[in-house]
Design a protein around this ligand. Structure first.
Ligand code: GLY
Length: 443
């Protein structure tokens, strides 16, 4: 009999926890290591999970040592800083199998100015954009176009918070001045045409030459109901969003093909999960951004829909056989909601260390709980980050899935009533479905 495999996941949040759950279901996997992981990584699998919370996703030397000592069979590089740091490159050079792009392939995410140039070269539909490396030049440009609206974007990685909407010149200048707070990531920034439309995300499994689209989601990035307030890493999302019809699917496939082919032609073959952040304007798809990984929390609703053994899917990515994979995706709709510390993403320091209650009850309500900024202390749990955990449930449609997720989430709280979550995740699809049902009844 084949020896069971030891795999390693590079991530610390809900996305990593979902990967643990999914690899844990593989008949080929015996043990899961997670760098850094968190204290809820074990709850969805009976297989042993070891976390290395003293490490960062960019602790390349230490990760390599662990891989050698533990004879790791596969590393899934799921987090963007690790891609930028070139973790995959180092591991591959040592003969270790990796799912996740090299630094050069992942430039599509960690260098947004470069990515726009790539999109232009391969005629991938995108907003107009202008790149700047000084505050002065950006302001001068804005002043020359005073009527325009922009997204001001840090070129480098900024935990999902580096894009600032600016409705007018005054807001754009303010946003340009804020680029400094992203440090090196904001030294180069973009002014992108503000496109008005409906956003969605799409994910493809790529093997360097071929790809398969694996799922779609719609995320809510702003912290408050009604899509108000500052951007976060993601407050919750739905799978199979209704905006994605056959026309959108076709365009998305064409865009992924241009990207995968272009990266191959440019000598940067992409092996791993490619994330397309898109916007639909009058039936046409434009690319807001590419990311070199699963989305978080999109992973929490798409990975559970894959019915194949994830370890075997990963082998197809590594071996260049993704085109032959008989990918099996279920038809359920999933909704995930982020439970965050009050004050997130601006200031939640005072909530750190407070007790988190009700996780066991939420699990008993049959939802999936994926941990993120959470620590186990004296048999209980406490807040250790902004996004604390994610509650995910499924159903035959968005209304059913959402009801189930919120029923479980309402069992969770934080000492001093310090829990915050959005109450309207999936509002677009819920409204659409209610309207369809209403019309059906009338008809
Ligand atoms: N949910 C957005 C992201 O992962 O970037």
């Amino acid at each position: 009999m084949n020896k069971l495999k030891t795999i390693m996941i590079i991530d610390g949040g809900g996305r990593g926890a979902t990967l643990v759950d999914k690899y844990g279901q593989s008949k080929r996997v015996g043990k899961i290591l997670v760098v850094p992981g968190n204290d809820l990584m074990q709850i969805n699998t009976k297989k042993p999970v070891v976390t290395y919370q003293y490490l960062k996703t960019t602790s390349i030397k230490e990760i390599l040592e662990i891989c050698k000592k533990e004879q790791v069979d596969l590393v899934d590089v799921a987090q963007d800083n690790a891609v930028e740091a070139g973790l995959a490159d180092t591991l591959l050079a040592e003969g270790i199998k990796v799912v996740g792009p090299t630094k050069k392939a992942g430039q599509l995410e960690w260098d947004k100015a470069w990515a726009r140039g790539f999109m232009k070269k391969y005629q991938i539909p995108s907003p107009d954009y202008h790149v700047f490396s000084s505050t002065k030049d950006g302001i001068k440009f804005v002043n020359s176009k005073s009527k325009a609206s922009w997204f001001v974007k840090a070129s480098g990685l900024a935990e999902g918070k580096g894009a600032i909407p600016a409705k007018n010149g005054r807001q754009a200048i303010d946003a340009i001045k804020q680029m400094a707070r992203f440090g090196k990531s904001g030294e180069t920034y973009l002014l992108e045409q503000w496109l008005i439309g409906e956003e969605f995300s799409a994910f493809a499994l790529c093997d360097g030459k071929n790809f398969q689209v694996v799922g779609f989601a719609q995320d809510h990035k702003q912290v408050f109901d009604g899509d108000e307030g500052p951007n976060t890493g993601g407050m919750g999302c739905v799978s199979n969003p209704l905006i994605v019809d056959e026309n959108i699917r076709k365009q998305v496939k064409e865009i992924f093909k241009k990207a995968v082919d272009g990266l191959k032609i440019d000598g940067r073959p992409y092996k791993g999960v490619l994330y397309l952040g898109g916007i639909v304007i009058r039936g046409a798809v434009f690319v807001i951004e590419f990311n070199a990984r699963w989305g978080d929390p999109e992973a929490e609703v798409i990975l559970p829909s894959i019915k194949n053994d994830l370890y075997e899917v990963s082998q197809d990515i590594i071996n260049g056989t993704i085109g032959k994979l008989n990918l099996k995706i279920d038809k359920k709709v999933r909704v995930v909601v982020a439970a965050v510390a009050k004050g997130y993403p601006v200031d939640y320091q005072s909530v750190k260390g407070k007790k988190v209650f009700g996780i066991d009850k939420a699990i008993k309500a049959e939802a999936k709980i994926y941990g993120a900024g959470i620590k186990k202390v004296n048999g209980g749990y406490m807040v250790a980050g902004g996004r604390i955990l994610f509650v995910m449930d499924e159903g035959k449609n968005v209304i059913e899935a959402r009801e189930r997720a919120y029923r479980a989430l309402r069992k969770v709280n934080i000492e001093g009533n310090n829990l915050h979550y959005r109450t309207d995740i999936g509002w677009r699809d819920v409204a659409r479905l209610r309207e369809t049902l209403r019309r059906g009844k009338k008809g």
